[in-house]
Design a binder for this molecule. Sequence first.
Ligand code: BES
Ligand code: MN
Ligand code: MN
Length: 458
Amino acid sequence: MSISAIQFAQQNRARFLDELKDLLHIPSISTLPEHGEDVRRAAEFVASELRRIGMENVQTIATAGHPLVYADWLHAPGKPTCLCYGHYDVQPPDPLEEWLSPPFEPTERDGNLYARGAVDDKGQMYIHIKALESLMQAHGGRLPLNVRVLIEGEEEVGGEGIAAYLRQHPERLQSDFALVSDTEMFAPGLPTLCVGLRGMIYTEIEARGAKSDLHSGMYGGAAPNPFMALCQMLAQLKDAHGRILIPGFYDGLVAPSSAELATWKTLPFDEQQFLAHEIGAIALTGESEYSVLERLWARPTLEIHGMPGGFIGAGAKTVIPARAVVKVSMRLVPEMQPQASFDRYKKFVESICPVGITVDVRLIHAGDPIVIRVDNPYIEAATNALRVVFGRETVFVRSGGSIPIVGDFERYLKIPTVMMGFGLPDDNLHAPNEKFHIANFNRGIETVIHFFERLGAA
Ligand code: BES
Ligand code: MN
Ligand code: MN
């Protein structure tokens, strides 16, 4: 007797998890050149898995950076076409000593699977693949709708490979909607669709002073110090109330509608709990005239990530460094433009550069902010599928994070995206002890099965 796709998924849970562990063993860290071979191995792993489950035209596509993995199955005439997106690259695992089990030795503890990439995004990307496998098995090698799969290996570095491919060959990706599982649920057990992401510009400022490092006693007082210059400039970018001081920076910003803001007020959000358990600091900061969720989802921000250079060894060295660098990023919200934002920032930094210093302001990568359309049958089918599996109504949220390609799906493919994520707020994305709640891996697979079966039946 034939079994349903849901039954197949339930009977194969252990194997699905084992296969995910195999992928999590590969340290596909896209930003570290010494892991280039691992990144390529992860792409091959995903491609061979897509081949094995019965997808067609499976290929790895070379880019200027790390390869894309593409596959399709397009034999459901008259049915919608879904573009399944995910990324197989991961963030670096440091600081290693804070991991309770090694980042690339996936380990189960308390119903969670711990590993770098467990939730961001290998585990969530695998939800799509395992749902497709279950559907193929239950429907005699067929799918209820048409599917294209596009998985990238440089999401975590803002790589342009996928965007370049999409702009050059939009016809090869022609679809009715995209499905992205790379976001979080607002709370455990609460089905969530993400409808907005912040964009970003990631930049570097290099300040140069003397022609080489100088003895700080012999020359201090007369020679320019590039670190001090950077600090003086950085202090002028944002005030103590969280307001960004770059002239014109907020131009084009469109505030959320009062209806959207009203729905955010109904979300189960406890500021004290958020401060104590997610942030773990003594106070929240930022623009106090906006709620925390508005600050995270609908306001731009500016952060300093690091200041490489100078003396950072254990003891003391009396030196005036010849050069200093700072890495600064800005998160953008609709309809702020990355290039215009960068131009304003660069011009402002150059205008406040202290005497004796020359600065070079560089853009490392950029991505558009996006708010997606929700008045489409795909969002409706998604909430129906989520209701079946989670037994609750879906909440619509935005996220402060960025997934640059989602804006391109809208702008270049002219399709809406369903951002259906199964991560939890305490999954430690980009941090030590990243995990994926195993129950959410299973529920995710079942939700995608229901979602595709509904869209195929309509
Ligand atoms: N999956 C995240 C983005 C995300 C996290 C969205 C949580 C919603 C909720 C993604 O992998 C990510 O980390 N993106 C980077 C993008 C950047 C490097 C261009 C980010 O947001 O920093
Ligand atoms: Mn991700
Ligand atoms: Mn990430």
